[in-house]
Design a protein. Structure first.
Lengths: 114, 115
């Protein structure tokens, strides 16, 4: 099976712009989670989607949003970008998102905000 | 709230030496626990996980971890380090309850292996 894919791999934006990142989970996986990784804050959970519904959300401002499509592909959007949004954004999928399920991670999208 | 603490942001060992990376969790209910490894410019790869049952868990690449409820610990070990083990390691927990799809990560430990 192909692994989790994320597009684009690298992105450069300027403050105030918005950005959309895409994630394709492993075939058959219905749960998609998103994480932000920065040197200062480490890995932080953004949100999780299952069957097109957001089941869980981390402590991020409303500028961060996401959605999931019927084929389980997911997108996350960040509006009004700030310098502090520069990070590696990781997507992970699991079969059902059941408690204790391991998550399979994609390579990430590295976002730089200038 | 669930938290995960990794003691030591950097660990350095010689090739062939024991690797010990420490992880403690805080929770009133034992969580599901994971160790992931991240190589530069890559995503995270699962090394091993503990859910229920046997407290000594074996993973890939010769790594293993022991769940100790009394110490709220889940330390990662490998008897003999290889150069290829140099990477950043993350301990993570899923707290149960309604924490679907949510992993709480420690701050990470960078492992350096010297020849």
């Amino acid at each position: 099976k192909a692994g989790v894919t994320q597009t684009p791999r690298y992105l450069i934006k300027t403050r105030g712009q918005q950005v959309t990142l895409s994630c394709s989970p492993i075939s058959g996986h219905r749960s998609v989670s998103w994480y932000q990784q920065t040197p200062g804050q480490g890995l932080q959970f953004l949100f999780e989607y299952f069957s097109e519904t957001q089941r869980n959300k981390g402590n991020f401002p409303g500028r961060f949003s996401g959605r999931q499509f019927s084929n389980s592909r997911s997108e996350m959007n960040v509006s009004t970008l700030e310098l502090g949004d520069s990070a590696l954004y990781l997507c992970a999928s699991s079969p059902e998102g059941t408690l204790g399920n391991e998550q399979f991670f994609g390579p990430g999208t590295r976002l730089t905000v200038l | 709230a669930q938290s995960v603490t990794q003691l030591g942001s950097h660990v350095s060992v010689s090739e062939g030496a024991l690797v010990l990376l420490r992880c403690n969790y805080s929770s009133s209910v034992p969580p599901y626990l994971f160790w992931y490894v991240q190589y530069p410019n890559q995503g995270l790869q699962l090394l091993l996980k503990y859910t229920t049952g046997a407290t000594l868990v074996k993973g890939i690449n010769g790594f293993e971890a022991e769940f100790k409820k009394s110490e709220t610990s889940f330390h990662l070990t490998k008897p003999s380090a290889h150069m290829s083990d140099a990477a950043e390691y993350f301990c993570a927990a899923n707290a149960g309850g309604t924490s679907y799809g949510k992993l709480t990560f420690g701050q990470g430990t960078i492992l350096t292996v010297h020849p």
